[in-house]
Design a protein around this ligand. Structure first.
Ligand code: MCN
Length: 822
């Protein structure tokens, strides 16, 4: 593993002492995380607390004809059994905060099903008991009868009509959203480009499937509600305590001021905890009804079955190009599976991808349409990358297909089409403005680290010798829009919230600092990174800074953590609040030094009078505000400040990922031999955290390429309902990664930083699948559906080997343009 050490810092304010920003500090939160001094939601025990268990539907689509709760009510320890009818009056439909069109169709979504169930795993009753064991024991005693309704599972069938998931909507289509570069004035007409390509250019037409994935966070979802005080307190394993509080108020009618939401230590989320869940609402209502604290923690199987899923799209793609490899246009037609309901941002997830299919390339014509479709499966929503991995996969696979079609190196075809570093800022055909980037530098570095030419030479040798183990080389040169932010842009996409972030910085009388952030970390290390930013800014030791978060009484405002936004939006709010502390302290320091504020310079935590050795430390100023004996007129007696930051633009990290994979053509097994990535996330606050984020992201993207898939049987039952069947890779399944960085500052924030939380996931899936297909291309194979399991690879080989010789000796074989074979 190699890393480039950072030397420049985004946060100014420090002098010659070593900067915190850019140093590989160990994460301060890890002290408590690895010594068991954490408090996860399920660790919370309150006096008189009751426990909940959910009765879940075994059928995917059915009318509830009767629910008999008598036996359960008589069971040991059971206090109450609540059905959908019992709770229906107490809450509105669960929220969908992103209606993508004015005429979007959305079914009502009750926390507990009332008349019909629409996916297997939906809650039909809730048991409240003295202990978790007694609550679970009573599940089987609730007798629910269903009249089966037709089960709609296949997205293409659902989109075509026929049986309906929600007959009252009259259609399975929730909404169709279109972007066209000619209409929007961002480019030319894609149909013209396609026509021209048909008359003498190159046309690549493909259909790719993004399989359904399940966010497999380490800590399952858990919620505790205490209704015994004036304010109702909810602890939840959530990514979004602030949004959750607002949504709970809007859904249940409890005034926001009477709701206190805490996200204690949260064991991962990956987008899966960016949700307002039925279970949170049920626990809240159960606590209100019983007047006692209530707790619900899901089992792993419940988590897999009923927490929202991710991806699940069918992508129909047409890429047009000239014979010299210049891409002229791209048409994208998506079907996106919503599952049975629309969750918090379900409908908007594929739309986020709309802005990324053009990726780092500068072709002139683009058309995107997406049809959101209901099926009788768990609802989908944000999952690491949310829309952007799907888009990146499609374009990076297409670039490889174009290269194969033309018989040129896939790196060359990318270079021919990408935006050159001197062309930034760059207005894209999808209507965004990319801030900065240097694709040439990242690619060159990756190429060297990978040993690209040597590996291509080895590949040729193995192809020529008909080696049963073929070498595949996969490329992904990605970018993504992150730092989900500009409120105005989000508003133009009908997103229901803004994208700002809030922070408070308070210098205490001892000179120690409290930082309050509206971001809500659940594994990303904000306590460490925010301390580094403030340490440089205020000249205070790293260890003297405390970061508080995840509690709506402590951090009253926030937009929480998702979309790799926390550093570029939340970290910037922290930086701005720290600036205000310095401004406030300057007036007092000037008074103390009997100087004009303009004559003071602030460096390494000290105000000095220019040209003299007179000075005062900011900590002394803080103490002076506490005593307040001699403050200048009109100055507050504290060094507290707040700031809200809302950038004008997203940030666009990028990178080049290269994957070498050995594919055993006899068994179908693929083993990654070498994985190199060079990421550019602008200024790096903490290289160790960035490295960790990239590693985690890579594993998650590789998981989609090779391992994970949510599978339903024909009756709509989730087959992959445990970790025995849902294959989350562990350390032995992934290679050692070679990571490095280039550093192109973002121009959208003062730190110069770009997000990293999703980068690895977005980039790695196409790199791996491109490598698998590259290994098999001489056999006439131009696609393997994800996940590329040994069985699927083997089947692809068997399917083609009857008509195609196993391995032609040419260096680069030209594949046909029809769809894949898996
Ligand atoms: N960072 C940095 N320098 C940069 C960019 C980021 O030092 N140039 C640091 C930040 O200071 C922060 C971390 O890297 O400590 C991630 O920052 P950022 O990219 O802003 O992402 P967020 O903090 O907003 O995290 C969200 C992102 C998402 S969207 C998913 S999904 C995800 C992820 O983070 N889920 C995670 N990483 C995860 N990591 C863990 N352990 N668990 C999850 O559930």
């Amino acid at each position: 593993m190699t890393t480039t050490e950072q030397t420049s810092a985004g946060a100014q304010g420090a002098g010659s002492h070593s900067l915190e920003v850019g140093s590989a500090r160990l994460r301060k939160e890890d002290r408590r995380l690895i010594t068991g001094r954490t408090r996860f939601t399920d660790n919370i025990a309150l006096p008189g607390m009751l426990h909940l268990a959910m009765v879940r539907s075994p059928v995917a689509h059915g009318r509830i004809t009767s629910i008999d709760t008598k036996a359960a009510l008589e069971s040991s320890g059971v206090v109450a059994v609540l059905t959908g009818r019992d709770l229906a009056e107490q809450h509105d439909s669960l929220p969908n905060a992103w209606p993508i069109t004015e005429d979007q169709k959305s079914p009502g979504h009750a926390a507990v099903a009332v008349d019909t169930v629409n996916f297997s795993g939906e809650v039909v009753a809730c048991i409240i008991a003295r202990s978790a064991a007694e609550a679970r024991d009573a599940i089987e005693l609730v007798d629910v009868e269903y009249d089966d309704l037709p089960v709609v599972l296949d997205i293409e069938t659902a989109a075509a009509g026929g049986d309906l998931v929600h007959p009252d909507l009259g259609t399975n289509v929730s909404a169709t959203w279109v972007f066209d570069s000619a209409e929007m004035g961002t480019g030319s007409d894609v149909e013209d480009a396609i026509r021209e390509a048909r008359d003498g250019g190159v046309l690549i037409e493909r259909k790719y499937r993004q399989q359904r994935l399940i966010p497999a966070f380490m800590e399952p979802r858990s919620v505790v509600v205490d209704p015994t005080h004036e304010q109702v307190t909810m602890w939840s394993a959530t990514q979004i305590p602030h949004i959750l509080r607002l949504m709970l108020a809007m859904t249940t009618g409890i005034p926001e001021s009477k709701l206190h939401v805490i996200a204690p230590d949260v064991g991962g989320g990956f987008g899966g905890k960016l949700q307002v869940t039925p279970e949170e609402i049920i626990t809240l209502l159960a606590a209100q009804r019983t007047g006692r604290p209530c707790k619900y923690t899901e089992t792993r199987s419940e988590s897999l079955m009923a927490a929202h899923h991710g991806r699940d799209q069918v992508q129909k793609l047409t890429l047009s190009a000239k014979q010299d490899g210049t891409v002229t246009g791209l048409r994208v037609e998506l079907l996106a599976d919503m599952g049975a309901y629309l969750g918090l941002v379900t409908s908007g997830v594929p739309i986020l991808g709309a802005f990324m299919f053009n990726a780092i390339y500068k072709f002139p014509a683009y058309h995107f349409s997406c049809t959101n479709v209901f099926t009788n499966k768990a609802w989908t929503d944000a999952y690491r990358g949310a829309g952007r991995p799907e888009a990146t996969f499609a374009i990076e696979r297409l670039m490889d297909e174009l290269a194969a079609e033309l018989g040129v190196d896939p790196l060359e075809i990318r270079e021919k089409n990408w935006i050159k570093h001197e062309e930034f800022p760059f207005a894209t055909v999808a209507g965004l403005e990319y801030d900065s980037g240097n694709y040439e530098a990242a690619t060159e570095k990756a190429r060297q680290l990978f040993g690209y030419d040597e590996l291509r030479a080895e590949q040729k040798r193995r192809r020529d010798s008909n080696d049963p183990v073929q070498l595949g080389i996969g490329i992904s040169t990605f970018t993504e829009m992150c730092g989900l932010a500009p409120s105005r842009v989000l508003g133009s996409l009908s997103y229901g919230a803004g994208g700002w972030e809030h922070a408070a910085v308070r210098m205490l009388p001892t000179g120690n600092v409290e930082v309050v952030t509206g971001s809500s970390p659940h594994g990303q290390g904000h306590e460490t990174a925010w301390s580094q930013i403030v340490a440089d800014k205020l000249g205070v030791p790293f260890d003297n800074i405390e970061v508080l978060h995840g509690d709506t009484q402590v951090a009253s405002r926030g937009m929480d953590t998702y979309g790799s936004r926390s550093l570029t939006v939340g970290g910037m709010a922290v930086l701005k609040a720290a600036d205000k502390v310095i401004d406030k302290a300057r007036a007092i320091a000037a008074h103390m030094l009997e100087a004009s504020p303009d004559d003071l310079e602030f460096s390494e935590g000290r105000f000095g009078v220019k040209g003299t050795d007179k000075g005062v430390a900011i900590g002394e100023v803080a103490l002076a505000t506490f005593a307040a004996h001699d403050l200048p007129d009109g100055v507050e007696a504290n060094l507290d400040s707040e700031a809200t930051f809302d950038p004008d633009n997203f940030s666009f990290p990028h990178g080049t990922h290269l994957c070498a994979i050995d594919v055993d053509t006899e068994t179908g097994e693929s083993r990654i031999r070498k994985y190199v990535c060079v990421d550019d996330v602008g200024t790096v606050v903490n290289p160790l955290i960035v490295e960790g984020q990239v590693h985690g992201g890579l594993v998650q993207g590789i998981a989609q390429a090779l391992f994970e898939e949510a599978v339903y049987d024909d009756s709509g039952t989730l087959v992959t309902g445990s970790f025995v069947d849902y294959l989350v890779p562990s350390a032995p399944d992934v290679p050692e990664f070679v990571t490095d960085r280039t550093e192109t500052r973002s121009t959208t924030n003062e730190l110069g930083a770009k997000g990293v939380g999703e980068a690895g996931t977005i980039a790695s899936t196409p790199a791996v699948v491109n490598a698998v297909v590259d290994a098999l291309r001489p056999m006439g194979i131009n696609d393997v559906e994800m996940p590329c399991t040994p069985h699927k690879v083997w089947k692809a080989i068997q399917g083609r080997s009857q008509t195609t010789p196993p391995a032609p000796s040419s260096e680069q074989s030209v594949a046909g343009t029809e769809g894949g074979v898996a």
